[in-house]
Design a protein around this ligand. Structure first.
Ligand SMILES: Nc1ncnc2c1ncn2[C@@H]1O[C@H](COP(=O)(O)OP(=O)(O)O)[C@@H](O)[C@H]1O
Ligand SMILES: O=C(O)C1=C[C@@H](OP(=O)(O)O)[C@@H](O)[C@H](O)C1
Ligand SMILES: [Mg+2]
Length: 189
């Protein structure tokens, strides 16, 4: 049986912890590492949308971006309102914080920003993969979106984790876990 253990090591953080940052920063991958290594419950808003609506390329092929943003905002709203999300790690898509309703929700919870630069993501986004907004010229599109978004990421962040230069997933997950454990300890005092 390959059940995920009930996380003796997970910091019981009093609120959901949302991972934000640009496409290919590692939000989903770091979230998985926090789950497997430290036992956090992980909720990925894109995975939830895909389970209900089909793949992200399919959604963008049949609808416009505004439609995707409504689905995304609804999914994140549901996740953050669920009492079971307390202490969970929530990874969201790179564009989610740009929706004002989502930004308002993020201002009320704990937000971890994975900071990367284009050198770090270049190889990861050599092709658009399942990210339709990178179609055509992935690195150029990524750069444009980063320029439009990074101030919002910075404004919402409670913790900025430097994920530049290929720092490994375990190191990043451990850094986040240690921060959350410390913050949870302070809340209990
Ligand atoms: N620090 C890292 N070290 C090695 N590979 C990484 C790292 N961060 C992300 N990746 C890889 O890069 C790709 C994009 O990461 P992903 O977690 O999907 O990014 P995001 O969810 O932020 O868009 C995945 O294949 C992932 O495994
Ligand atoms: O930045 C964006 O606008 C998007 C990021 C993607 O998620 P990741 O950041 O996990 O790649 C996904 O939500 C969609 O393709 C749009
Ligand atoms: Mg992701």
């Amino acid at each position: 049986m390959s059940e995920v253990p009930t996380a003796p090591d997970a910091a019981v953080h009093p609120r959901p912890v949302v991972l934000i940052g640009p496409m290919a920063a590692g939000k989903s991958a770091v979230g998985q590492t926090l789950r497997t290594r430290h036992g956090y419950r992980l909720i990925d808003s894109d995975a939830r949308i895909v389970a209900a609506q089909g793949t992200i390329p399919e959604i963008f092929a049949h609808h416009d971006e505004a439609h995707f943003r409504r689905l995304e905002a609804a999914a994140i709203g549901e996740i953050l309102a669920d009492p079971d999300s307390v202490g969970a790690i929530v990874s969201v898509g790179g564009g989610a914080p740009m929706t004002p309703a989502v930004a308002r929700l993020l201002a009320e919870t704990t937000v971890v920003y994975l900071l990367v630069d284009e050198q770090t993501v270049a190889e990861r986004i050599r092709t658009e993969g399942d990210r339709p907004l990178l179609a055509g010229h992935p690195l150029q599109r990524w750069r444009q979106m980063y320029a439009q978004r990074h101030e919002t990421y910075e404004r919402l962040a409670d913790l900025v984790v430097d994920a530049r230069g290929h720092r490994d997933l375990v190191t990043l997950a451990d850094e986040i876990h240690e921060h959350l454990a410390r913050a949870a300890g302070k809340e209990q005092r």
